[in-house]
Design a protein around this ligand. Structure first.
Ligand code: PLP
Length: 391
């Protein structure tokens, strides 16, 4: 193989840190170690880089100056904060005690909703329609006078399918219901504009768009109260206490700047690479791709190869130096049928054969051509093994 580093096609799990982001972070991992809250030079010399980074993050999602963008440790924290904060502010009093979400959210939403159910909150988990997305009518039908929050992901981590966030945002605003979206898999792949989409709260995570791990954020629209998850000092306008992760924030700011800069590339060049791979996979008998590519983020393919266990396929790919996944990295230890495929109506057998391929702007044509050959050979080999055993 001519790819000594291997071929990384698991970018919905995490991405490589952009070298530009790494370079900007380095001084803050070394000599510029001051606490930004300190009044002396060590503290104040972090301020310019921090404020540039925060500016890039505001620009990247088109937040207005009046809104808050609070830095968190990851999107899991942001998602927990939204649900638990709104529970404290609104839902626990009972007048509003209903959340609308989906069956196919990330566990950071689903598990937190289940926790809130134990505290008496009612949760409606909508299933995606036959196209694998939510439609605004389903959300409208689920609204009751007690609905206090709608939380629906922008793009799904497994299928890459994009929900109609602007339509849902419009509905929520008309009905006066708070609207949160988990935009972890949208940022850097498609335009994300919090004002256009009329969202009140939005979660994101730097490591999904070539930023560092351990840093993310929560957008909070102007005027929305949200009880903090972390009490303590007065960091981040009192919204989240804890000494700032300066290097992480600086890296996330640069990653956001690059994500916006590369959006056009993602939509054209990267999409073409993904489509080339997808077209080649579709030439192989009994390979199915989940969801119409026109409503998917441009980097993702969730495919099912009838008769071949997803794990067996991944093992073969790994031996050939290719990293992919059977679905979300968080669920990979349970080896269960891919839940998103089950939710969108795939039969159990198909759901066990899911392989997720997620590209990034660092993938090349040569890597994709090599991947196509590996897929062809592996599928033929694994089919032969299974026919030997079944005969
Ligand atoms: N939400 C979605 C849609 C994700 O794909 C992920 C990670 O896979 C998360 C949330 C959690 O992100 P983090 O790793 O930053 O906690």
């Amino acid at each position: 193989m001519n790819f000594p580093q291997g071929i990384y096609l698991d970018n919905n799990a995490t991405t490589a840190l952009a070298k530009e982001a790494k370079a900007l972070m380095e001084p803050f991992l070394g000599e510029q170690y001051g606490n930004p809250n300190s009044l002396h030079r060590f503290g104040t010399e972090t301020h310019t880089a921090l404020s540039n980074a925060i500016d890039e993050i505001y620009k990247g999602i088109n937040a207005s100056d009046r809104d808050d963008v609070i830095i968190t440790s990851c999107a899991t924290e942001s998602n927990n904060w939204v649900l638990k904060g709104i529970y404290f502010d609104l839902l626990r009093f009972g007048e509003k005690n209903h959340i609308i979400t989906t069956e196919v959210e990330h566990p950071a939403i689903r598990a937190t909703c289940e926790f809130l159910e134990e505290l008496g909150v009612e949760v409606t988990y909508l299933s995606p329609n036959q196209e694998g997305i939510l439609c605004v009518e389903q959300v409208a039908e689920a609204i009751t006078p007690k609905t206090g929050l709608i939380s629906i992901m922008w793009a799904n981590n497994e299928t890459g399918l994009i929900n109609p966030i602007e339509e849902i945002g419009k509905l929520a605003r008309q009905k006066g219901i708070l609207f949160h979206t988990d935009a972890v898999q949208a940022i850097g792949k498609i335009p994300v504009d919090v004002q256009k989409a009329q969202v009140d709260l939005l979660s994101f995570s730097a490591h999904k768009f070539h930023g560092p791990k351990g840093v993310g954020g929560l957008y909070i629209r102007d005027g929305i109260p949200l009880t903090p998850l972390f009490h303590g000092g007065e960091h981040m306008h009192g919204r989240r206490s804890g000494t700032l992760n300066v290097a992480g924030i600086v890296g996330m700011g640069e990653a956001m700047r690059l994500a916006v800069q590369y959006l056009e590339y993602e939509n054209t060049e990267l999409r073409a690479l993904r489509d080339r791979l997808e077209d080649a996979l579709l030439q192989i008998p009994d390979v199915l791709i989940i969801g119409d590519r026109r409503i998917r983020v441009p980097n993702t393919i969730l495919c099912s190869i009838r008769g071949i266990e997803g794990e067996a396929m991944l093992w073969d790919l790994n031996k050939a130096g290719i990293a992919a996944s059977t679905g979300s990295a968080c669920a990979s230890e349970t080896l269960e049928a891919n839940p998103v495929m089950v939710a969108i109506g795939a039969d159990k057998e198909l759901a066990h054969t899911a392989v997720r391929i997620s590209l990034s702007r660092y993938n090349t044509k040569e890597e994709i051509e090599y991947t196509i050959e590996v897929f062809k050979h592996s599928i033929a080999r694994l089919r032969q093994i299974s026919s030997t055993y079944s005969s």
